[in-house]
Design a protein around this ligand. Structure first.
Ligand SMILES: [Mg+2]
Length: 139
């Protein structure tokens, strides 16, 4: 299926440039929030498909989370996913590995961040921000 999509659409993403995924609420379903701090919920298969697709078309994938990287790596590597997760070197700026999923708790450069809490900033004023994040008051 991804082959067909690739042939019919010109993806506006650059091969060789990393894409960053948030963990909780994106990869980890996280349906009850932080709870006791454990990784208690199942993985989101739609996101895993997306990660696999992006990696197979040549985009390095990494996970950035405030969790300890070792915790995510241990969880990921128990799941029998298509590739292993490894810790990213804090000294290296750019993630280029398309054989592994990198894991870090440091912000690293990426052409896109996929996060359930993100607000895409495109120059909004305070008023526009408030309107984007409000509901109209009922009189
Ligand atoms: Mg999140």
């Amino acid at each position: 299926m991804s082959k067909i999509i690739e042939q019919e659409y010109d993806l506006k993403l650059e091969k060789g440039h990393a894409i960053c995924f948030d963990f909780d609420g994106v990869i980890h379903k996280y349906r009850e929030g932080w709870k006791d701090g454990s990784i208690y919920d199942e993985a989101n298969p739609e996101v895993l498909d997306l990660m696999l697709f992006l990696q197979k078309v040549g985009m390095p994938i990494f996970i950035c989370s405030t969790r300890k990287p070792e915790e995510i790596i241990e969880w990921w590597n128990k799941q029998n996913f298509w590739c292993k997760a490894i810790s990213m070197n804090d000294e290296e700026t750019f993630w280029k590995d398309v054989e592994h999923v990198g894991v870090t708790n440091m912000k690293k450069p990426a052409q896109m961040y996929i996060d359930d809490r993100a607000y895409k900033y495109t120059g909004q004023t305070v008023k526009e921000f408030i309107l984007d994040n409000s509901e109209e008051k009922e009189e």
